[in-house]
Design a protein around this ligand. Structure first.
Ligand SMILES: NC(=O)c1ccc[n+]([C@@H]2O[C@H](COP(=O)([O-])OP(=O)(O)OC[C@H]3O[C@@H](n4cnc5c(N)ncnc54)[C@H](OP(=O)(O)O)[C@@H]3O)[C@@H](O)[C@H]2O)c1
Length: 268
């Protein structure tokens, strides 16, 4: 498994500290995986609300384009750092830099992930391990730091993109699905630990959404802007879980309850 070590904090020229005393108090949001299609659409809504954003992504060029767009759309502050989020050894330094740049943090939005190649992972353990690392192990590292930061301040929302794929293993994507199942279970336990400390943990479970991740799939996909709007609403309402689109809540209830003797014969 290759875990590059790029970490290149690049705070923008306008720091929150330099905002005028009369500036509106706006949300301070850390976005991990800011070039993801779902994250970008969510950040466009937050930018229009005048939020203060700190964006982390691994592709410097894409990140600069997203940051410039969000400034134009009205974000009160946009800080950036280029980092490979698989590199758990750099997480503490990266997160400390991000919350210092924002001078606090109201929301952490964990939006990065990989679909991986199921067929390849069935033959190649290194690839299977990469999927588990990017979607489960590395997020656990980020969330451990972020949870402890929020508990100390007795406030904050941790909003994390898991997936409906984590609800039941299927032959077409059980490597991705099991990585998200692990993440969903971790988030449930974390919520059970820190909700009582004033920290909200939101598990976001999208069905297929129209982004780069699903571009190759010939299936019905949800509009990314509608998904983003539902995510912003769920964060504001301090919800615990969000199925988006909502129809996936009853669909997954049915899928979870199909008896194994039938399920194992289905081509899903
Ligand atoms: N789209 C869906 O149907 C769907 C459904 C359920 C859940 N989700 C979840 O939603 C999240 C966002 O997905 P999306 O649909 O927005 O897909 P996307 O547009 O493909 O975004 C994935 C993002 O993750 C980034 N990333 C991957 N590995 C990284 C790493 N090691 N360090 C830093 N960034 C990394 C990618 O960066 P690069 O651009 O540099 O590769 C990309 O920006 C993912 O967790 C995904 O599993 C998506």
């Amino acid at each position: 498994m290759s875990i590059p070590s790029a970490l290149d904090p690049q705070p923008s020229a306008t720091s929150p500290a330099s905002l005028t005393p009369n500036a509106k108090i706006t949300k301070k949001i850390l976005v991990l995986g800011a070039t993801s299609g779902i994250a970008e659409a969510t950040c466009r809504i937050w930018a229009a609300q005048g939020a203060q954003l700190f964006l982390v992504a691994r592709n410097a060029e894409k990140l600069a384009a997203v940051a410039a767009d969000l400034k134009l759309r009205g974000a009160a502050y946009v800080g950036t750092a280029v980092a490979d989020l698989d590199d758990t050894g750099k997480h503490a330094e990266l997160l400390a830099h991000a919350v210092n740049s924002l001078t606090g943090m109201d929301i952490a939005y964990l939006a990065y992930g990989i679909l991986g190649d199921q067929a390849r992972g069935e033959q190649d353990f290194e690839h299977a391990a990469q999927i588990l690392h990017s979607n489960f192990v590395a997020p656990v590292s980020l969330l451990t730091w972020l949870a402890n930061f929020c508990v100390q301040r007795r406030s904050g929302v941790l909003a994390v993109l898991s997936s409906v794929a984590g609800e039941r293993g299927r032959k077409s994507n059980y490597l991705y699905g099991s990585s998200k199942a692990g993440l969903t279970a971790f988030l449930a336990g974390l919520r059970n630990r820190i909700d009582r400390e004033g920290v909200t943990v939101l598990t976001i479970k999208p069905g297929p959404v129209n982004t780069a991740m699903t571009a190759h799939m010939n299936i019905k996909k949800a509009d990314v802007n509608k998904v983003a709007a539902a995510i912003v609403k769920a964060i504001d309402a301090k919800k615990d879980n969000l199925y988006v689109p909502g129809i996936f809540q009853p669909i997954m209830f049915i899928i979870r309850n199909i008896p194994e003797r039938i399920f194992k014969k289905l081509n899903l």
